[in-house]
Design a protein around this ligand. Structure first.
Ligand SMILES: [Zn+2]
Length: 238
């Protein structure tokens, strides 16, 4: 049983690695199926063994096997965050596969947002398809009015404070409001904005430089397992 759990956890790390490749290559116009992974510094192709999550970085002691430049820790961080988050969603939500699929899409979008500060529309379409298929399979109603209210609200906010919320953020939050109730969504947004503010404060304190703008998607994504945990341990909170 322990071996099976270990294999599932490692499979999630591999999945995270693959999703990070998709998210990064979609916005850098590279094929995520055929292009080989290369070192960010010397551009030498990386041996498949060294691409294996955890095992590869440990074998090379977190350095490129060709030029010996240190490997960015963001890949390991992303893999661990993805695996832990999916485990939380699998254990704490009523529709674990559906919620893990939603989280996976948000994770890919976060990687795109992090790398190029934009999210391809095709990812939003896949997110919409996942929501529609799930609702059709489970025969549960969709909150049609919520995205309409949210879209109007976001348009108003952007009129008052131009470009305060990105187009991709607006589209994705509106899509998520099709499937999650308003009180869940509001707390989700609260956690995401709090995490973003905390990040900005810590960044400014450590570097003594003010941030111009930050990708908001990673905070939306990271907040999903957090709010699932909040609900799980406080079922009578709302
Ligand atoms: Zn290298």
């Amino acid at each position: 049983m322990l071996l099976l759990k270990g294999l599932i956890a490692y499979f999630l790390l591999i999945l995270a690695s693959f999703f990070m490749v998709i998210g990064e290559r979609l916005v850098t116009q590279r094929s995520f199926l055929w292009g080989r992974s290369i070192c960010d510094y010397c551009h030498h192709p990386i041996h498949p063994l060294y691409l294996m999550p955890l095992i590869g970085p440990l074998l090379t002691k977190f350095h490129c096997s060709h030029c010996r430049h240190p490997i960015a820790k963001k890949y390991l961080f992303g893999e661990l965050v993805y695996a832990l988050s999916v485990i939380v969603l699998l254990l704490t939500t009523n529709h674990p596969i559906f919620n893990s699929a939603i989280f996976s899409m948000l994770f890919i979008m976060s990687v795109s947002d992090y790398h190029k500060q934009w999210v391809p529309d095709r990812l939003q379409l896949i997110l919409l398809a996942i929501i529609m298929i799930n609702h059709a399979l489970l025969a549960i109603p969709i909150y049609w009015f919520q995205p309409i209210v949210l879209l109007l609200l976001f348009i108003l906010i952007n009129k008052i404070w131009p470009q305060s919320i990105g187009g991709a953020d607006i589209k994705t939050i509106s899509l998520l409001s099709l499937t999650y109730p308003a009180h869940f969504g509001l707390m989700w947004l609260q956690i995401a904005t709090s995490l973003a503010l905390l990040y900005i404060l810590c960044h400014n304190y450590v570097t003594h430089r003010s941030l111009e703008g930050i990708p908001f998607f990673p905070f939306i994504t990271l907040s999903f397992p957090i709010i699932s945990l909040v609900y799980y341990f406080n079922p009578n909170l709302f």
